[in-house]
Write a new protein. Structure first.
Length: 294
């Protein structure tokens, strides 16, 4: 069994670290928040008071941090991972961050004599607790092979998407599709309401016709047709609108960098920005139907 350092023990990182400890690894954790460290101890891990101390004996390091600036600081800062971890350790960043930061940090890791992967996830807090996350992984083959045994403990579906940064690219492309599709399903239900077409009738027809998509059949934005969708629970997340907006902003940043044309991605960014500015950031992202009804 390995020593795994885990940096960033929040809503996602906490349960992911607990699964590594449950599988028998020695988890050495660090987070700025003392409560997160107490929870790690209850889950069988060991709490440290800095990144440098947490990673010093590590065979592998997992990071689960808010954004690119935190990942850059924690990897490349003077007291960070690259300055303190032993050569040859396996480095896994599972945060959702911008593609350029992922590529820059991977380059710094390679120059320091080690390989790392970017491995953002989908599956949310429920998937983190159940160990059923999907990991989208970017990095060289050798780094992917080294990371996979750890990812297998925390997730169910592990996909190697290509070189450094391609895990992040896959994540933002997928979530841009999701944001656009959710808005399209919401617009269709809002129009159906005005045309006097019953929710369940539209669902029964479109779920078996060409309008079918995950936002309709697994996460229907109106109450009734899909029992587990947040629409039946007053739009409690689920997947909060603020998190959808974060991913749409990352996709638009990437579009600007490579001069891609994504007019619907830009429109989805604008609609979720307005929805969040109205104070709905912590509402499930399917709740945008309320705004689209006008
Ligand atoms: P969170 O805010 O609950 O956790 C982040 C943790 O990082 C916090 O505990 C914070 O104290 C810690 N942290 C910040 N800076 C640090 C530093 N310099 N050193 C050590 N610890 C530091 O966020 P989360 O919901 O766990 O999300 C983490 C990442 O996973 C984000 O990039 C998010 O976009 C992504 N993600 C989240 C979900 C979800 O459903 N919550 C789903 C998929 C992906």
């Amino acid at each position: 069994m390995a020593v795994v350092a885990f940096i960033g023990l929040g809503n996602m990182g906490g349960p992911m670290a607990a699964n590594l400890a449950k599988a028998g690894h020695q988890v050495h954790g660090f987070d700025l928040n003392p409560d997160a460290l107490s929870q790690l101890k209850s889950a069988g891990g060991k709490a440290f008071s800095s990144v440098a101390e947490a990673v010093s004996a590590a065979d592998a390091v997992v990071t689960m941090l808010p954004a690119g600036k935190h990942v850059r600081e924690v990897y490349t800062g003077g007291n960070g991972i690259l300055a303190n971890v032993r050569e040859g350790a396996t480095l896994i960043d599972s945060s959702t961050i911008d593609v350029q930061s992922a590529r820059d940090v991977a380059q710094a890791a390679q120059e320091a004599g080690m390989y790392m992967v970017d491995a953002p996830v989908s599956g949310g807090v429920g998937g983190a607790a159940a160990g059923t996350l999907t990991f989208m992984v970017g990095g060289p083959d050798a780094a992917f092979e080294a990371a996979k045994p750890f990812l297998d403990i925390m997730g169910k579906t592990i996909v190697h998407a290509g070189g450094a940064g391609n895990g992040q690219a896959a994540k933002i492309c997928n979530n841009m599709m999701l944001g656009i599709q959710m808005i399209s399903v919401c617009e269709a239900f809002a129009l159906a309401e005005k045309l006097g077409l019953d929710h369940q009738k539209l669902y029964d027809i479109s779920s078996t016709a060409s309008g079918q998509c995950w936002s309709l059949t697994s996460y229907c934005p109106v109450p009734g047709p899909v029992a587990t969708s947040p629409a039946n629970n007053d739009y409690k997340p689920g997947f909060a609108a603020a998190m959808m907006l974060k991913d749409l902003k990352l996709s638009q940043e990437a579009c600007d960098a490579v001069k891609a044309q994504t007019p619907l991605g830009a429109a989805a960014d604008a609609l979720y920005s307005a929805f969040c500015e109205d104070g709905n950031g912590d509402v499930d992202f399917s709740g945008i139907i309320k705004k689209l009804r006008g």
